[in-house]
Design a protein around this ligand. Structure first.
Ligand code: AR6
Length: 183
């Protein structure tokens, strides 16, 4: 893996609704009509026009992604994706990976440069953060390696310091492993 890929990835702790990026990703449900957690926070910060646009989208399947404007957010766009509910079945990791891949694809198709992801499925949907973190980071690295898209900055933003530490540790592990391989 190229070192340049890791230069495009950043990990932060905080509130995704405050970020000034081209797109923030929403961990939505299949109705796309809002909910709790990060979905509720994004809708509150974006204002009612976001819900109006979401109503026209006709929902979204698990693993897929749809884009809207950001309205009152600093972020220009919201990419809504629907993570799997965790039950420990094998297809859930594929679906979670698709959320990240399809969100990146949509960002690229819209010529966006910066995108921020929350820990999709790691709240109400119950996905274990350690497993979800690997899927998230591995999928983004694969995307950045395979595609020459518009995205030059990918931020993972975690609400808790515990989740932040898990992401930081894994990113360090794989970037150091790559450094050894390159020697
Ligand atoms: N900024 C960053 N991360 C946040 C924020 C925030 N403002 N708020 C929460 N998180 P969840 P899910 C973290 O439950 O598991 C909704 O009702 C949170 O700590 O928001 O994919 C939808 O409508 C957790 O780590 O999403 C769906 O019905 C992560 O975001 C359902 O929840 C995801 O937690 C989706 O469940």
């Amino acid at each position: 893996m190229e070192k340049a890929i890791f230069d495009k990835i950043e990990i932060m702790q905080g509130d995704i609704t405050k970020l000034d990026v081209d797109a923030i990703v929403n961990a939505a449900n299949r109705s796309l009509l809002g909910g709790g957690g990060v979905d509720g926070a994004i809708h509150r910060a974006a204002g009612p026009e976001l819900l109006e646009e979401c109503r026209k989208l006709g929902g979204c399947n698990t693993g897929e992604a749809k884009i809207t404007k950001g309205y009152n957010l600093k972020a220009g766009h919201v990419i809504h994706t629907v993570g799997p509910v965790y039950r420990g079945k094998p297809e859930e990791s594929r679906l979670l990976s698709q959320c990240y891949f399809n969100s990146m694809q949509l960002a690229s198709q819209n010529n966006l440069k910066s995108i921020a992801f929350p820990a999709i499925s790691c709240g109400v949907y119950g996905y274990p953060v350690k497993d979800a973190c690997k899927i998230a980071i591995d999928t983004i690295c694969r995307f950045l390696e395979e595609k020459t898209g518009s995205v030059t900055k990918v931020i993972f933003i975690l609400f808790s310091s515990k989740d932040y530490d898990i992401y930081e540790k894994y990113l360090k592990e794989i970037s150091e492993a790559q450094a050894v391989v390159r020697k």
